[in-house]
Design a protein around this ligand. Structure first.
Ligand code: F0G
Length: 459
């Protein structure tokens, strides 16, 4: 039996969730155009759509909310927030934003010029979209092992150093305003990046004179993997590891909705004083005054406290342990998953789950819809519906390497019992996989955001 690491907390407040029956779900799906983004959350029993903004805040964070100082400028919570980010990262200048993608917008609209390249291990879709919107070209340079769903590698999020050097040699550092590393690598399965790899990327950036930034959403989970898997780190504390990770970068963007365990919030942090004025001016245009950046004082306090809680080793052992537990249960039931499990989600390989459904019939989306229909669980497709795109020159559809279904675990929300229910449901579906049918899009929009809006039907 896979091992479950017990919760290092007890439950003080509960939120009722209700099971619907299958007939009701059938009707809901019809109404929703078989798109799970359209399902009212009250009609979902277990919601694994995302780990973003869905975490449970602690009593300590809720107590902090009560201390919110809602003055317009330089409220007391801003100082707590600034201090928490500075002491954690060692970075000097802090810009609060209401979520991660605004930090990306501010960064790329300031530093990017048309035709410039931005390498990353794998860009998350909002990062990619913000680069494209500013005329830039996003490059994914994850190591080959990171693209193979079966292959074990302790740090599948690592960047391919040789490829990074080639990009910088080919295009020249003037055309690469920043190199990014996403920790953990969400688009690659929540896989961690090793300290050694971060150091190597830093060396390359130094040689070419290019700044290095983290997309730091899941920095604490990444640090936990370093402690577990990398030689020389087992006796270091998580805050020490976090501090060392950030010591190699010139800045970061961060969605606090992940590892700061808040429902809303984000920031950017950096050392270059020349960026401060343009970033602040843009912030004032689109978010708010630099000491609140689109957040209430109380939100800043919750982030400040959450950043510290997320670095608690008992919490991280339970957190990463939950993901592994769900992965182990599914594997035991024969379900093809991406291995090893990452920090925040289990990814099912839909091409192996339903090999009888072709790519153009959305095998991942079919799995997602059937999982909701049979069990009231909401997962999300990360495959052909989300990523397939028409090549503008050939007119042919280009498919992503994999069709995945992500079961993302909100932080501190679901118990081992919930995870067992999820595993049983997925395994039951797997046993009946031949009955799964392909799908088609009814209202076809050729947009990279179509997965949010598309209406579909079964074939
Ligand atoms: N970077 C990464 C790696 C992310 O996973 C996300 C969000 C963002 C940036 C953007 O942050 O949502 O606060 O604007 N990921 C969510 C997800 C939406 O479901 O994985 P945001």
């Amino acid at each position: 039996m896979p091992k479950y690491i017990p919760e290092p907390f007890r439950i003080k407040v509960v939120e009722t969730i209700k099971k619907t029956d299958r007939a009701e779900r059938e009707e809901i799906l019809k109404q929703a155009g078989y798109n799970i983004f359209n399902i009212p959350s009250e009609k979902v029993y277990i919601d694994l759509l995302t780990d973003s903004g869905t975490g449970a805040m602690s009593d300590n964070q809720w107590a902090g909310i009560q201390t919110g100082d809602e003055s317009y400028a330089h409220c007391r919570n801003w100082y707590h927030f600034e201090q928490a980010v500075q002491s954690m990262t060692g970075l000097k200048y802090i810009i609060p934003t209401h979520q991660g993608r605004v930090a990306e917008n501010i960064l790329f609209s300031t530093i990017l010029k048309k035709g410039m390249f931005v390498p990353n291990n794998n860009h998350f879709d909002t990062t990619r979209a913000n680069i494209l919107a500013n005329g830039g070209i996003p490059l994914d340079l994850v190591i080959d092992e990171g693209k193979d769903p079966q292959k074990y590698h302790p740090f599948k999020g690592n960047m391919d150093i040789g490829k990074l050097e080639s990009v910088l040699n080919e295009h020249g550092p003037k055309n690469v305003p920043v190199v990014f590393i996403t920790i953990t690598n969400n688009s690659g399965g929540g896989q961690p990046v090793s300290m050694e790899n971060i150091r190597q990327v830093r060396d390359v950036c130094d040689r070419f004179g290019v700044p290095l930034f983290f997309d730091a959403c899941r920095f604490a989970e990444n640090a936990y993997f370093i402690k577990q898997r990398e030689v020389g780190y087992s006796s270091k504390s998580i805050p020490e590891i976090v501090h060392e990770m950030f010591s190699y970068v010139d800045g970061c963007t961060m969605s606090a909705k992940k590892d700061a365990i808040v429902n809303i919030g984000g920031f950017m942090a950096f050392n270059n004083p020349n960026l401060l004025d343009p970033f602040r001016e843009k912030l004032i245009q689109i978010e708010g005054f630099p000491s609140y950046g689109g957040l209430a004082g109380r939100d800043l306090e919750a982030v400040a406290r959450g950043l510290i809680e997320a670095q608690d080793e008992d919490y991280l052992a339970y957190r990463v342990g939950q993901v592994k537990y769900l992965g182990d249960l599914l594997e035991k039931g024969g379900v093809p998953i991406l291995k090893p499990t990452g920090g925040h989600a289990v990814y099912i390989n839909a091409l192996k789950f339903s090999p009888h459904i072709s790519r153009d019939q959305f095998p991942g989306q079919s799995l997602v819809v059937n999982l909701y229909l049979e069990s009231g669980i909401r997962a999300v497709e990360v495959g052909s519906l989300m990523f397939a795109q028409k090549d503008s020159t050939t007119g042919k559809i280009r498919y992503p390497n994999l069709d995945l279904v992500r079961l993302a675990l909100p932080r501190r929300v679901y118990t081992g019992g919930h995870l067992e229910y999820v595993a049983e449901s997925v395994i039951r579906l797997y046993k009946n996989r031949e009955s799964l049918r392909g799908m088609r899009i009814l209202d076809h929009h050729d947009s990279p955001l179509r997965h949010f809006f598309a209406r579909l039907s079964f074939l």
